[in-house]
Design a binder for this molecule. Structure first.
Ligand code: SF4
Ligand code: SF4
Length: 313
């Protein structure tokens, strides 16, 4: 990466007034770039760090405007479908597409621009809200540290949704600024973790313990996927892990869903979460009960512990 790109972060979406990404009302910045490849990923457009073309064949009117502007001939051979092998994600076709069939996911933003976006909604943060960094993996980017420092200078409360699969030193330094880490533990079984995410559980756990040692407040989150990690072994592991940490508020279970399928289609992929992985309401409720039975403090979806404002840390 050149110097310019190192200072910028590729952002794929900004969601305002969210009540499900940390305490209070929050502005959520979705970063692109993630080292994991979770089989059930809900936001597959955030995996690659670079901007990517989304193509919706159902919306295409076949006008051919994209063909004439594409600098690398990626819209010619498979028209109207883009040739993903050639496409560089330059976005020129999205500027001329009259139907919205071609759209770009991701634009580079500086730390200053990201914090400015969050500050626009400051009036709504009075009840404990603020800025949430999500993704993708927010700590994939070196410039995330600059976001945290600037957010602190504005007194913003920052929540970070992380897989914990990022450079240890970066996460440790972030502990001084992040009011609450929503820390994903995809599975407490190392073999399954590797199989379904492509990442080593040991790295995630080591980073979690390091951040805990630095006083970083965490809420462990786990997506329950039927037939994969939704079993007593994993729930027991989650409970034990949460109880072993000094600054962990407890565990929040999330129901795995296949919401990423549409985005995968727009990215020209066929993979994604399977419907049978989504737990029934009855099963999902029972997982919470089992987790409580193992002694964990359980947080329902949408309920959160407080996040300290950065200025107080
Ligand atoms: S994003 Fe750029 S390279 Fe890709 S198809 Fe469109 S114009 Fe061609
Ligand atoms: S410019 Fe848009 S609508 Fe026209 S052919 Fe290309 S993708 Fe389809």
């Amino acid at each position: 990466m050149d110097g310019e790109r190192e200072r910028k972060i590729t952002v794929t979406a900004i969601e305002r007034f969210s009540a499900k990404d940390g305490p209070g009302i929050r502005t959520v910045i979705f970063f692109k770039g993630c080292p994991l490849r979770c089989a059930w990923c809900h936001n597959p457009e955030t995996q690659a760090a670079e901007p990517e073309l989304l193509f919706d064949a159902a919306a295409c009117i076949g006008c051919g405007a994209c063909v004439s502007v594409c600098p690398v001939g990626a819209r010619t051979e498979k028209f109207p479908f883009p040739d993903r092998g050639k496409c560089t994600g330059c976005g020129r076709c999205t500027e001329v597409c009259p139907s919205g069939a071609s759209a770009l996911s991701g634009r580079p933003m500086t730390a200053e621009e990201i914090v400015e976006e969050a500050c626009r909604d400051e009036i709504f943060y009075a009840g404990g809200g603020g800025l949430t960094l999500s993704g993708g993996e927010p700590f994939f980017w070196e410039a995330t540290e600059e976001v945290l420092a600037k957010a602190a200078s504005k007194g913003l409360s920052v929540v970070a949704e992380t897989s914990g699969y990022a450079p240890s030193a970066r996460l440790e330094r972030a502990a001084a600024y992040v009011g609450l880490f929503l820390w994903d533990i995809k599975d407490t079984d190392g073999a399954r973790h590797w199989l379904y995410t492509g990442g080593e559980l040991g790295i995630v756990l080591e980073n979690l313990r390091r951040v805990d040692a630095r006083g970083g407040a965490t809420l462990i989150r786990c997506p329950m996927a039927e037939g994969i990690n939704a079993d007593e072994k994993n729930l027991c592991g989650l409970a034990e892990l949460s109880l072993s940490l000094k600054h962990c508020f407890g565990v929040q279970l999330l129901a795995c869903h296949d919401g990423g399928r549409t985005k995968n289609r727009l990215l020209g992929r066929t993979d994604g979460a399977r419907r049978e992985w989504t737990p029934s309401a009855q099963n999902f409720e029972s997982y919470g009960r089992i987790l409580r039975g193992f002694g964990a403090r359980v947080w329902e979806e949408g309920s959160f512990p407080p996040a300290l404002p950065a200025e107080r840390r």
